[in-house]
Design a protein around this ligand. Structure first.
Ligand code: GN1
Ligand code: MG
Length: 385
């Protein structure tokens, strides 16, 4: 047991550290605040990659914005990433200016310039920071609550894709080469498996067998792309449920946030990611992995909302590969978590050493549930066309 005075000292140094961090964050936020005085900087959300804070500015121009330290281990081209966000924002504004949405609110998070005039700011340690407008009177939820919420999430992704459907994907930089290229994740997995230390637990064995059984199929979307069946288009890259903001009064979707992963890709990555996130009511952090299931009713509601917006640009091939996309992206995320567990947790933030293994189990159980409902899912996609 530490003596009382030691506890007091530990507590004091913790408070000193917290004050130091707070001062430093306030100084960084001030780089984006023009003349406004920063009154509060608090942690926001629970992203797996970047560090995110909500900044409050005092009157006379009270405001709030999102401050983020970009994880440059993952996003190695932060300047190009910000350029993509700008291209996307300007394009969507132009589209909405030409054809406003008749009755609904829709917002694109605004990039705030730093005091240097750039879309980012680099601190003395070389960390990249950026600030984005906060979508007020809106909230995001971790899991889908109702079919209406599901339909709103589908609407948001469909509208997002529709507004970008006439933006040539060549106008966006590929800021994350290899992102959602499942065969590359499999190659990486095989490399880390060869060097990683396994404990031989039943959970590890389940995962290894799971991947082994599906290895021949992981090229499904990349092959369709190479054959010219599926084109590159602008994608969001991370359209999970909690990246869709809902109006706190009406419950309607009002924005898609977390635009770091916007780049050229297959819209199937987005559709798959949205469904694997939305149709798992236990959520991707659940410990009850054996009870994870894919809910067909929620999938129908998401796809109804999505297709209602997207039908104008979806091709027969797009529909034909939708089932594979849903199955593949759930599997792929499981594979990414598993590989990171084997590599010693170097990519996704973790709370304990087995965290990524637990997350992998959730995605694999979800994949299994998707596979068990293949006929129902394919029939539903057909009916919604
Ligand atoms: C990461 O950091 P966050 O939560 O926005 C990841 C996504 C995963 C997601 C799983 C760049 O996103 O691909 O689907 O975790 N982003 C990147 O929660 O790898
Ligand atoms: Mg993200």
């Amino acid at each position: 047991m530490p003596m009382v005075s030691e506890v007091g000292l530990a507590e004091k140094s913790r408070l000193d550290l917290a004050a130091m961090v707070k001062d430093r964050l306030t100084a960084i936020a001030t780089q984006f605040s023009e003349s406004g005085q920063v009154t509060q900087v608090e942690p926001l959300g629970n992203g797996n990659i970047n560090d995110t804070f909500l900044v409050t500015l005092a009157p006379p121009s009270p405001d709030r914005f999102v401050l983020q330290r970009i994880n440059t281990q993952v996003f190695q081209h932060p300047v190009r990433m910000m350029q993509n966000m700008r291209v996307l924002g300007e394009h969507i504004h132009q589209q909405l200016h030409q054809s406003p949405l008749a009755t609904r609110r829709w917002e694109v998070p605004q990039i705030r310039r730093s005091c240097t005039g750039a879309d980012y700011w680099v601190d003395a340690q070389g960390s990249y920071w950026r600030a984005i407008g906060y979508i007020e009177a809106a909230e995001s939820l971790e899991t889908l609550q109702t079919p209406t919420h599901a339909q709103e999430v589908g609407y948001a992704l469909g509208l997002f894709h529709r507004l970008l459907s006439n933006l040539p994907s060549t106008q966006l930089a590929d800021t994350l080469p290899g992102f959602h290229i499942t065969p590359s994740y499999l190659d990486h997995y095989e490399q880390v498996l060869a060097t990683g230390a396994l404990r031989g637990t039943p959970e590890e064995k389940f995962c290894l067998q799971f991947v082994c059984d599906r290895a021949p199929w992981v090229t499904v979307l990349e092959t369709a792309k190479a054959q010219g069946k599926l084109p590159l288009r602008p994608i969001h890259g991370d359209p999970k449920v909690n990246n869709v903001m809902l109006d706190t009064t009406t419950g309607q979707a009002v924005a898609m946030v977390d635009l770091d992963t916007v780049k050229p890709g297959l819209i199937h990555y987005d559709i798959g990611d949205c469904l694997r996130s939305g149709c798992n009511p236990l959520g991707e952090e659940t410990l009850a992995w054996e009870s994870v299931s894919f809910e067909l009713d929620l999938a129908a509601a998401i796809l109804r909302g999505y297709i209602d917006q997207a039908q104008g640009f979806l091709t027969a091939a797009d529909y034909a590969y939708t089932y594979d996309a849903i199955r593949l992206i759930a599997f792929e995320l499981g594979l990414r978590f598993l590989s990171d567990y084997l590599a010693g947790n170097v990519y996704f933030k973790v709370n304990h050493p087995d965290h990524n293994l637990a997350r992998a189990l959730v995605q694999f159980k979800l994949t299994e549930s998707i596979e068990a409902q293949e006929h129902g899912l394919r029939a539903m996609i057909q009916d919604l066309r």
